[in-house]
Design a protein around this ligand. Structure first.
Ligand code: C5P
Length: 318
């Protein structure tokens, strides 16, 4: 048996699950020279997950990638996928060859503003490190995550956290209790750069303040007060997302009419999220939203949940 074959025997497939995010508050500051905006955001990880399974392949076979689940057809299966780039970064950091098959099972709306692609990147970092027994510490993975994208460090981290800089500097916040969300998924995604560009266009000529997280939002989280949190939800990318996709007004109105405590476009959209009092209320809101016929599908989720985690060293995909 060759050494590689022997190594492979010990390298059972590794499955990592990473969560979607909602931005409870997102303040977009000035456009910086690097093409990114200075942000202050409160990330909240919710129970919609991406699962990435990394399986060792023949030496020299390189990276292969397969995507299954809702919206899979629109997801790149080459180095345009953050999971692919994550495998390259981990291999480089460990000095090993990236011979791996990555299977992505999508549970987060594609191009929906919930950072599904970022979750794939975070999950693949952890899956490849575990597969190659690199034992990179979580702290070692954070710079690799930040190199992949602004939301990737948070997908590793999970929970509820403030994001500053491009969104890649993550600090945990104190949040009490569990919040119940209803997620309205649109038919067609929105491009994040286009939504940021629309944001710049809409406020051209006006001074842009330094971004800050709102005190009301932080107080609601500390108190675990869902009603106060519903009122405090805010997102500077909501107006540009609505400008590019006016039909989202109908989704937000339907959520309000359904009795949600609050609703907001998630990140750069077009997914909209609505806060409910509890599980039963979330069921009511989701039924009303589904009846309103304003979105492709309605999902329920809770938050906060943990960040990227190994869930199995054999595939758990069913
Ligand atoms: O970091 P990520 O690749 O997710 O960003 C996608 C795009 O979103 C960027 O190319 C940029 O156009 C925009 N963006 C931004 N400011 C940020 C984060 C993202 O303008 N802080």
């Amino acid at each position: 048996m060759t050494p590689h074959a022997a190594a492979r025997e010990h390298h059972a497939p590794v499955t990592v699950r990473a969560p979607a995010k909602v931005n409870l508050g997102l303040t977009v500051g000035p456009l910086l020279d690097d093409g990114f905006h200075d942000l202050a955001t409160v990330y909240h990880a919710v129970s919609l997950y991406e699962e990435v399974t990394a399986t060792a392949t023949e030496p020299g076979s390189g990276i292969t990638l397969e995507v299954v689940g809702e919206g899979a057809a629109g997801v790149p299966t080459d180095d345009g996928n953050l999971a692919w780039r994550a495998a390259e970064l981990v291999a480089e950091a460990l000095g090993v060859r990236p011979d791996v098959h990555l299977l992505l099972a999508k549970g987060v709306p594609v191009a929906g503003g919930m950072a599904g692609g970022s979750a794939d990147g975070a999950a693949a970092l952890l899956a490849c490190d575990t597969l190659w027994q690199g034992a990179l510490h979580r702290d070692d993975l954070v710079p690799l995550a930040a190199a992949l994208g602004s939301d990737v460090p948070f997908a590793l981290h999970g929970g509820t956290a403030i994001g500053t800089g491009r969104g890649d500097r993550v600090t945990p916040v104190l949040a009490r209790g569990t919040f119940h969300w209803v997620v309205a998924v649109s038919d067609v995604g929105l491009s994040t750069p286009e939504v940021y560009a629309e944001c710049d266009r809409m406020r051209a000529g006006r001074p842009v303040a330094r971004p800050e997280v709102s005190d009301e939002l932080m107080a609601a989280l500390r108190a675990g007060d869902a009603a106060a949190l519903g009122v405090a939800l805010s997102n500077d990318l909501q107006a540009p997302a609505l400008s590019l996709r006016p039909s989202l007004h109908g989704v937000l109105d339907a959520g309000a009419a359904a009795g949600a405590l609050g609703g907001v476009v998630s990140g750069s959209g077009p997914t909209c999220v609505f806060l409910a009092r509890d599980d039963e209320h979330a069921l009511d809101v989701s039924a009303s939203l589904a009846d309103a016929g304003v979105c492709r599908s309605v999902r329920r989720a809770v938050g906060p949940v943990h960040g990227a985690r190994v869930v199995a060293t054999e595939s758990v995909l069913r």
